[in-house]
Ligand binder design. Structure first.
Ligand code: ADP
Ligand code: GLC
Length: 484
């Protein structure tokens, strides 16, 4: 079998730079792919935190003019990943969030910042490219920030690697003015319905979806949803037309980073045979969130970006009747200012019963998964979702909306699943959050049943092993098809 060399292209890689689950995926998948005989090099913008993590990186290539300034490709390793950073200070040397400036608005030059990433990808991907020992036979682009890479390779002509576009979230479309076409290096015929044009703009996401050889998304259910008018966000027609190359492959999580038995971030490590030790972690969460120390009270948790997608306003809307069930709620999140304010107010109104920490805190996320009894994920849509996978592994039962990857990863405690002894959480359909929490509370009152579900949850395979096998097969098929 020919070796598989993959150039992954992404704007986020855990632990170097992260705003969401995308980073977790690009940070963990290459390690699991290695076991499948796939070598991955990951290309990433040279944000300050990325360059700081690569002090010994080597200059492997120079691009004299990358959209208004010189750039160098730096190769190095960090966290077990083989990385190439695009060092281009005029594009990426900006602190903080990678997409928005201090005024909270998208950087004015995001079009060229991410066209720069795509152009660097082409420099590595073409024959006799930038890396002497690495000629990828696959370029794997993640989300809109990398979407131009398959398009530039498609229009570039000549021999090129196979291309895969993974969509982690269709809501982020990378829309820019159409008159940039020439500047971006796209030919006039790219301005077409089967090219990069999307309702009068250029969409970097569409560029990838239309022109990559394969499309993947991060769960089978989301792969179906995005082909419908309700879930397609304007791309459903294109995705239906390309159904034959669209695959839904579930995400996993890094089960070394997320391992309750060896986690040094939590108060008391535990495993499925020593579940009783969770009690100390529950107390730790109750203390941290100013909640009454009450081992017998059902402790619900939220670990999330606070955005419309995540549906946490629906939780706030029903908070009164939910709290009347006698549960506690701990919320860790950041995002929408109005939602943050509502959670802060709820904590002030219900001291001892509701606590919230506004912010992004990786360590506290671990402590919460180890200590809460159930994790609420009432998303309006969810391509995959990783928090519910972490929750399963740590024995916090996920209570999730039946959408996207949430539907694919949690086994609902319906009668059949309960009697078969396979349930791992609770699913609910739109608008049914309160009844779902009532069901959870009823199950909680049956400790034997709860513990059984908890053990099932902890035994569920949420690792990258199986998904990595799917990706490897997809790469192999594509290479065979292209005769590479
Ligand atoms: P999304 O990528 O849409 O935000 P995911 O569930 O796929 O949702 O991934 C979110 C990741 O970010 C998970 O690893 C989760 O634990 C983490 N996370 C989200 N919000 C916070 C927070 N406030 N503090 C710490 N980790 C968070
Ligand atoms: C996106 C999605 C989330 C998914 C993550 C990683 O951020 O919102 O559902 O888990 O990407 O694929």
């Amino acid at each position: 079998m020919s070796p598989i060399q993959v150039l992954a292209v992404a704007s986020e890689v855990f632990p170097l730079i992260k705003t969401g689950g995308l980073a977790d995926v690009t940070g963990a998948l290459p390690l699991a792919l290695a076991a499948e005989g796939v070598q991955t090099v990951t290309l990433i913008p040279g944000y300050p935190s990325v360059l700081a993590a690569l002090p010994a990186a080597e200059v492997v290539h120079r691009l004299p003019d990358l959209f208004g300034g010189p750039a160098r490709l730096l190769r190095g390793t960090a966290s077990g990943l083989d990385l190439v950073a695009v060092e281009a200070p005029h594009l990426y040397q900006r602190p903080g969030n990678p997409y928005v400036g201090p005024d909270g608005r998208d950087w004015y030059d995001n079009a060229v910042r991410f066209a720069g990433l795509a152009r660097a990808a082409v420099a590595v991907a073409v024959a006799n490219g930038a890396l002497a020992d690495f000629t990828p036979n696959i370029v794997h682009a993640h989300d809109w920030q990398a979407g131009l890479a398959p398009a530039l390779l498609h229009y570039g002509g000549g021999r090129r690697p196979g291309t895969v576009m993974t969509v982690h979230n269709l809501a982020f479309q990378g829309l820019f003015p159409g008159d940039l076409l020439g500047l971006l290096g796209l030919p006039p015929n790219a301005w077409a319905i089967d090219g990069v044009e999307f309702h009068g703009s250029i969409s970097y996401l569409k560029a990838g979806l239309a022109l990559a050889d394969r499309i993947t998304t991060v769960s089978p259910t989301y792969a179906s949803e995005i082909r419908t008018a309700e879930g397609g966000m304007g791309f459903d027609g294109l995705l239906r037309a390309r159904s034959h190359v669209l695959h839904g492959i579930l995400n996993g999580i890094d089960d070394q980073v997320w391992d309750p038995a060896s986690d040094t971030l939590i108060a008391a490590p535990f495993d499925v045979r020593r579940i009783a030790r969770r009690a100390a972690n529950k107390q730790d969460v109750q203390d941290r969130f100013g909640l009454t120390r009450a081992p017998e009270t059902l402790l619900l948790g939220v670990v999330s970006r606070l955005t419309w997608q995540k549906g946490l306003d629906l939780l706030l809307d029903e908070l009164g009747p939910i709290l009347d069930l006698g549960v506690q709620l701990a919320v860790l999140g950041t995002g929408d200012a109005a939602m943050e304010a509502r959670f802060i107010a709820a904590a002030a109104t219900h001291p001892g019963q509701v606590g919230c920490v506004i912010g992004y805190d990786e360590g506290l996320a671990h402590r919460m998964q180890a200590g809460i009894d159930a994790l609420l994920v009432p998303s309006r849509f969810e391509p995959c979702g990783l928090t519910q996978l972490c929750a399963l592994r740590y024995g916090a039962l996920p209570v999730v909306a039946r959408v996207g990857g949430l539907a694919d990863t949690v086994i609902d405690a319906n009668e059949a699943a309960l009697s078969a002894g396979i349930a791992t959480g609770i699913q609910f359909s739109s608008g049914m959050l309160l009844p779902a929490i009532e069901r959870s509370a009823a199950l909680w009152r049956d400790p034997e049943m709860w513990n059984r579900m908890r053990r099932n949850a902890m035994r569920a395979d949420v690792s990258w092993r199986r998904p990595a096998g799917h990706y490897a097969r997809l790469y192999r098929d594509l290479i065979a098809e292209r005769g590479a």
